[in-house]
Design a protein around this ligand. Structure first.
Ligand SMILES: [Zn+2]
Ligand SMILES: [Zn+2]
Length: 267
């Protein structure tokens, strides 16, 4: 079945997370067997070691690509030294974006002003390196739009990963130039508002992701997530948009390749 299936991309997961790293090779292989041929792995959570591990994995696996940055939860750690270390790591050709950075006013693990300062530094770094930005935004849509309005979008664009807002927020982000990536939350019973937004996003801005090991889609909700399960989110998005899953796979894969400038591969 995988050979006849359109290549699927998981546009955001965390392979270097302690829950996945020990069996990363097996996780990548299970994804491949499910038709998920390309994986974008994000470091960002914890110390710079997570980013290093993520780049290492990407260097080892032809179809794994790396995103490096400081998660808003750890925003206070995004000082100039950390940004300089990221700049150095970004010399790897497998680093395709900067992030995830952004604002999380739901958990508020870092003070709002630290999150804001970190986001501005990430936007500058992305712009300097000519890379797109991966944004995490939770209960902070208004502030995010304000900051992007002031700083401008990085020239290479960006994505709102694991989008959780409503249709109005999606429209606003699209207007700024963002892609919108949907996670397993799209399959959750109580996510009606999100499903409404998913119907409205322009086709050329749609992406799908697992955010593994977090947020497993139904019927695996609550379990450890992994890239193979992005298929469930893809199927839900296809259903909502009234298109075949294979068509939705090629749409989202093409959008992801364009944003992260990943060439088509035969793998
Ligand atoms: Zn996130
Ligand atoms: Zn993430």
């Amino acid at each position: 079945m995988p050979s006849t299936m359109t290549a699927i991309i998981d546009s955001h997961c965390h392979l270097a997370d302690p829950k996945l790293i020990a069996e990363a090779d097996a996780v990548i292989e299970r994804a491949r067997q499910a038709g998920v041929t390309t994986i974008i792995s994000v470091g960002a959570i914890g110390t710079i070691e997570t980013d290093r591990l993520t780049v290492e994995l990407a260097e080892k696996h032809p179809n794994v690509f790396a995103v490096i940055g400081v998660h808003p939860h750890d925003a206070s750690a995004a000082d100039p030294a950390r940004i300089a270390a990221l700049r150095e790591l970004a010399r790897s050709r497998k680093v395709v974006a900067i992030g995830e950075s952004g604002l999380d006013f739901f958990y508020m693990h870092s003070p709002a002003d630290a999150q804001e300062a970190s986001l501005r530094r990430h936007l500058e770094l992305a712009d300097e390196l000519g890379l797109p930005i991966v944004i995490h935004c939770r209960d902070a849509e208004t502030k995010l739009v304000e900051i992007i309005g002031e700083s401008g979008m990085p020239a290479a664009g960006g994505v709102i990963h694991c989008f959780t807002g409503n249709a109005a927020a999606a429209r606003e982000f699209v207007r700024l130039g963002f892609h919108i990536s949907f996670s397993g939350i799209l399959t959750f019973r109580n996510a009606g508002t999100l499903r409404e937004a998913a119907r409205e996003v322009p086709e050329d801005r749609l992406m799908v992701e697992t955010d593994a090991p977090f947020l497993a889609p139904e019927p695996y909700r609550g379990k450890r997530n992994e890239p193979a399960l992005v298929v469930k989110t893809l199927e839900k998005l296809a259903e909502l948009r009234g298109v075949e899953p294979s068509r939705m796979a090629s749409i989202t894969a093409a959008n992801t390749r364009r944003l992260f400038r990943i060439p088509e591969r035969s793998a």
